[in-house]
Design a protein around this ligand. Structure first.
Ligand code: NI
Length: 278
């Protein structure tokens, strides 16, 4: 949805709560699934509560727990269980495509809708910037950008296919039935809300969470980035995870995805001279 003047909220660099196209604050209280969000609230609110309710000794104990929480954060324990197995329609190949196809690569996933007037395009431009930057820094076919529509009612294969082209040639567009998309959104705990009574041809906006989800080559959730994260910040964070993954013996499959191959073939077919058949 469109929000003309969004309040800049105080936020940690990596998002730990939801913001939506509509009003960022309204839904924050409703959706707080991240355990790390809980940890952040715990750390800040907890510190205040301690002052009132706990003895000096307990304070020391609390500090120790806080330190451990910080430590586990950097060791990537206690990650929220986001994502999982899913399969939708790849708009480029018109075939089923999902978590299994993305194994071996880092993926950056964004949920949005093609009718979104401003926020989704801005976010996808940012995503493209991140992908280009990471290509320069760590090479091709490491980080795959994925756009999943949260408005499958209008976002058909053809519409999404045209849409993703505007942002990046690597951007994979996924759509599906309303039920299928709903399931995937749920896996990522994406908040989506369409107006309840929509007739054919109605123009409407979809209120949805605005996040990039970074998944590792095994399909595990690594981090998410809010609207307030810059492309540079997302890139830097990705690289941190990337090198950490390699350091721990992780392998990245750098062969191009079928999607890219299909797109290249399609482009080559267009460029082919009809006479060059021999
Ligand atoms: Ni949007």
């Amino acid at each position: 949805m469109t929000a003309t003047a969004k309040p800049k909220l105080m936020q940690p660099k990596n998002c730990r709560f939801y913001t939506t196209d509509k009003e960022q604050i309204r839904n924050k209280a409703m959706v707080g699934p991240f355990t790390l969000k809980a940890a952040a609230v715990f750390l800040t609110v907890g510190a205040g509560l301690l002052y009132y309710f706990q003895t000096e000794k307990e304070k020391v104990e609390q500090l120790r727990i806080q330190k451990e929480a910080e430590k586990s954060k950097t060791q990537s324990f206690g990650k929220p269980k986001l994502g999982g197995d899913y399969s939708l329609i790849n708009v480029e190949t018109k075939k089923q495509f999902g978590s299994e196809d993305l194994k071996g690569k880092f993926t950056l996933i964004y949920f949005g809708f093609t009718h979104c007037p401003d926020i989704c395009p801005e976010e996808l431009d940012k995503m493209a910037e991140v992908v280009d930057q990471t290509k320069k820094d760590v090479g091709e076919n490491v980080l795959v950008p994925v756009f999943i529509t949260c408005d499958p009612r209008r976002d058909t294969v053809e519409i999404v296919k045209e849409y993703v082209k505007d942002f990046h040639k690597d951007l994979i567009g996924l759509t599906g039935s309303q039920d299928e998309v709903k399931k995937v959104a749920k896996l990522f705990r994406v908040y989506v809300s369409s107006p309840p009574d929509i007739s054919e041809g109605d123009d409407y906006l979809v209120d949805h969470s605005i996040f990039f989800y970074l998944m590792d080559p095994e399909g595990k959730f690594l981090d998410c980035y809010s609207q307030n994260s810059t492309a540079d910040e997302v890139t830097a964070s990705f690289k941190k995870y990337y090198y950490e993954y390699l350091d721990n013996g992780g392998k990245v499959n750098k062969t191009p995805l079928l999607n890219a191959a299909a797109a290249a073939a399609a482009a080559a077919a267009v460029n082919d001279e009809p006479s060059s058949s021999s």
